[in-house]
Design a protein around this ligand. Structure first.
Ligand SMILES: [Zn+2]
Ligand SMILES: [Zn+2]
Length: 250
């Protein structure tokens, strides 16, 4: 990783653009391909109705999302080149674990709050309605976002990196988990045990949890945990259709 960071530090702008685009295309393909595989393997554990056929609009929005995510990656790399974003390459393991925990909870709270703001009636039609046009999520839906929303989340991530010098290991582990949760949230099938999805102690934002938000815009704003929804009183019980589907024997 030290070698990769040295290359990034010395790279020309066109190289940063090419690498960022390639990286984000690979992450997009991995997310959608693994997501579709999970949908097929877990077909008996549906937590919402199957989505309709993919439209040209969804493909155009997801392609735009990948390009904008690459743009955010380029801006991050430029800030790193100038020393505004600090990525540590030598560190004890505890520091990487600490970074992971800090990024996990800080981003979980910040994205919860941003999501609540995105649902404000004066902002919702301009920024977030596009994503909610799709009531029954599928793996591609993670990337079907209004461009303003993509830039909002990307900007939030860059602000956190500007404020917090991070180890490459903690950052990479967090980013992998972020993509995994985003993918799982839009599967439309539930990979987690039933208790995690519906039990009183369940606090992980499961697939059912985010499918519940697509069906009911007033609840379930969290991304990784139910912590903030429970704290601010916005956690919903699983919608009944969801519960009925999941209570079927395997
Ligand atoms: Zn969603
Ligand atoms: Zn929403």
């Amino acid at each position: 990783m030290t070698l990769i960071l040295e290359h990034v530090r010395a790279a020309a702008l066109w190289q940063l653009v090419a690498w960022s685009l390639a990286l984000n295309v690979v992450l997009f393909v991995a997310s959608v391909a693994l997501g579709e595989l999970a949908v097929r393997l877990l077909a008996r554990r549906r937590c919402c109705q199957p989505a309709a056929a993919v439209t040209g609009k969804e493909m155009a929005l997801s392609a735009t999302c990948v390009v904008l995510n690459a743009g955010v990656t380029v801006v991050g790399a430029l800030l790193y080149q100038r020393g505004w974003i600090v990525v540590l390459t030598e560190f004890p393991l505890w520091r990487a674990v600490l970074d992971f925990v800090v990024l996990f909870f800080v981003m979980d709270l910040a994205m919860y709050l941003l999501h609540r703001v995105a649902h404000h009636r004066s902002i919702y039609p301009w920024v977030h309605r596009t994503h909610h046009d799709y009531e029954n999520p599928r793996p591609l839906t993670l990337f079907v976002l209004n461009p303003f929303e993509v830039l909002g989340f990307g900007g939030l991530w860059l602000i956190v990196l500007l404020a917090y010098p991070v180890t490459w290991l903690g950052m990479t582990a967090y980013l992998a988990l972020n993509l995994a949760f985003g993918t799982i949230g839009h599967l439309g099938v539930e990979p987690f045990p039933r208790d995690w999805a519906s039990g009183p102690l369940g606090w992980i934002a499961t697939s059912s949890f985010h499918a519940g938000h697509h069906g009911d815009r007033d609840h379930n704003y969290g991304f990784y945990t139910l912590l903030w929804d429970r704290l601010f009183g916005t956690a919903a019980a699983l919608e009944s259709a969801c519960r009925a589907e999941l209570s079927k024997p395997d």
